[in-house]
Design a binder for this molecule. Sequence first.
Ligand code: ZN
Length: 191
Amino acid sequence: MAIKIFIDQGHNPENVNAGAEGNNLREQDITYNVGIYLRDLLNNDSRFEARTSRNTPTEILGYNNTSSLRARVDAANSWPANYFISLHCNASDNPNYNGTEVYVAQAFSQAYYLAEYILNAIVARVGTRDNGVRINPSLYVLRNTTMPALLVEMGYITNFEDAQKLRDDQYQFAYAIYEGLLTYFGFSPQA
Ligand SMILES: [Zn+2]
């Protein structure tokens, strides 16, 4: 049986629930593309089966912030997925803030260990700063999913160097998340 991975590309293409902007980039475009790359990597590996929350660049989920998040959670819970990965880009008023961080609801959980492998793979492959795995049980998608769930803040869209990586290395971000999954499950690169 394939391991079912639900990939939530954070945000909608436009309001409601649009993403952050910076350096002439939009978070929701980056998360959409990385999600599609990751879905295809996983679906080309017989050990996995993947679905995305947004299946076209123009698809809008929900009618406000909460219902947009709920639609993503409901799709994962009703499948049901074995793991939930939400993709985001961070933003700050301080353009110096940079790096990758991964959020989970609880320390030393399955999601926590998977988050560590994914974070390490992104830092190694893309070269972002390691901001660590962080605990935040209040995040909607982490609180309401019924499977191990994590939220990846791939980099800061408001930081010039991170933004270049988010623009140019979208496949590498996806491949790093795939590598993190392989390591977590103890799988060799391709079956
Ligand atoms: Zn976001």
